[in-house]
Ligand binder design. Structure first.
Ligand code: CMC
Length: 431
């Protein structure tokens, strides 16, 4: 944050108040209203935080008008094309790309933490057999605070570091276990000779009864999906993690809160909802009917995987995923996948429709990811857990940044109260 000495004036009830302006390294200036209530006795009103910067951060930058997404300054398409997930994790956590030695050390540390406490198996078994894997993940990740007492003290930088590594390492194991449990198959232990993405495929798709060889191209596609979901600035689930953490809650509780928030269909749940929508549309002839429904204000239907609070031009992650969808389906020999045909035609129709043009609605990251995941063999219920495990590094990086920030205070928004003013209690016989 650069203090430019610039100020804005607010005139209110005959008084003028000076509001400092901060200039970021990129993006719009920010008005500092922290003293506004103390000085002028008014709150600001911004439901949905459409114009509010809730923190300062050096991790991720988005320019929604230009379709730009940078992690620590590096464009997402370069990271998706040239880097890999664990290297991006290092970048998000520590601020710089690692040297070869640093990367090897980081990968070793993550790999050594991939197993979960054996007693956690019993915890999984307490869930109903058909539980949604997201429901299981919210519970199990929260329960990590009961299993890893030596990494819950947020005042200790070493414990924060261990918690970060544990979460990045164990989330794929937990997501895979939630999946295995939901389909009645035995849990598969991690294999530390495999890389992060290949190990996740192994834990999801192998069974003790036969050999399973991870296809390196599928592992690469998996890694790319992880990379594209790694962080996304102050979105709903990240803000949830920050808000939960502002009270001093332990990291496992905070990440569980982030997972719960991500589950909603307007956020991470959109990938599942999008694929279900593509299946419901079924074939390209039905597209016009669904486009009309999406435009009809009396119909709650929305095009899932379309639109974004910040991107008003293009979602750079969707561009990379569209290309990945083609590659993965070709590899699997299903180029004529009917869902991909529906998705491409739906995208083409919407992008030429005045409603979507005027409202700047474009495919987002969730539009093509479900097609790839389904082609890889994942059921729709696993789409959001995969998003959650990928985003864990973003949540934990933002959490670490926040804990280390001396300005950190408990998040406590105010409100525009429109309820009754004080009135006297009425005894029940008189109501
Ligand atoms: N289909 C039809 N109309 C839409 C859509 C859509 N997918 N998205 C927005 N609109 C319309 C909306 O009805 C509104 O119209 P009007 O101005 O006439 O009231 C206008 O566009 C602006 O929409 P909004 O709801 O005010 O915008 P928002 O910034 O609050 O919401 C959003 C953003 C992502 C929640 C929304 O676009 C949406 O619900 N999309 C579908 C769900 C989805 O794909 N979510 C994934 C987002 S990316 C990954 C992630 O965040 O996890």
């Amino acid at each position: 944050m650069t203090d430019t000495q610039k100020t804005a004036q607010l005139s209110l009830n005959g008084e003028t108040y000076e509001l400092p302006i901060f200039s970021p390294t990129a993006g719009p200036d920010v008005l500092d209203i922290r003293k506004l209530y103390a000085q002028a006795g008014v709150f600001t009103y911004d439901p949905g935080f459409t114009s509010t910067a809730s923190c300062d951060s050096t991790i991720t930058y988005i320019d929604g008008n230009e379709g730009v997404l940078l992690h620590r300054g590096y464009p997402i398409d370069q990271l998706a094309g040239k880097s890999h997930y664990l290297e991006v994790c290092y970048l998000l956590l520590y601020g710089e790309l690692p040297t070869a030695t640093q990367l090897e050390d980081f990968e070793t540390r993550v790999t050594r933490h991939t197993m979960v406490h054996e007693q956690m198996h019993n915890f999984f078994r307490g869930f109903r057999r058909d539980a949604h894997p997201m429901a299981t993940m919210v519970g199990v990740v929260g329960a990590m605070s009961a299993f890893y007492h030596d990494s819950t003290d947020i005042a200790d930088p070493w414990q924060r570091e261990v918690a970060a590594i544990r979460l990045i390492a164990k989330l794929p194991t937990i997501a895979a276990m939630a999946y295995k449990y939901s389909i009645g198959q035995p849990f598969v232990y991690p294999r530390n000779d495999l890389d992060y993405a290949a190990n996740f495929l192994h834990m999801c798709f192998s069974v003790p009864a036969e050999d399973y060889n991870v296809d390196p191209i599928l592992a690469r596609a998996m890694d790319r999906i992880f990379t594209l979901h790694a962080d996304h600035e102050q979105n709903a689930s990240t803000s949830t993690v920050r808000l939960a953490s502002s009270s001093g809650a332990n990291p496992f509780a905070c990440i569980a809160a982030g997972i719960a928030c991500l589950w909603g269909p307007a956020h991470g749940g959109a990938n599942q909802a999008c694929l279900e929508m593509l299946k419901e549309i079924g074939s390209v002839e039905n597209i016009p009917e669904y486009i009309e429904r999406a435009k009809d204000k009396t119909d709650p239907f929305r095009l899932m995987g379309f639109g974004h609070r910040v991107y008003k031009n293009t979602d750079p992650r969707a561009k990379v995923l569209k290309q990945s969808a083609d590659e993965v389906l070709e590899l699997l020999g299903v180029e004529d996948n009917p869902l991909l045909q529906v998705a491409k035609e739906l995208e083409r129709t919407a992008l030429n429709d005045p409603y979507f043009i005027e409202k700047k609605l474009f495919p987002n990251v969730d539009f093509y990811s479900g097609i790839i995941l389904e082609a890889m063999g994942f059921p729709t219920s696993m789409f959001t857990p995969i998003f959650a495990l990928s985003r864990t590094v973003g949540w934990i990086s933002q959490w670490k940044e926040m804990i280390g920030d001396p300005q950190n205070k408990i998040g406590r928004p105010r409100q525009l109260y429109l309820g009754e003013t004080s009135r006297n209690y009425v005894d029940i016989e008189n109501r």
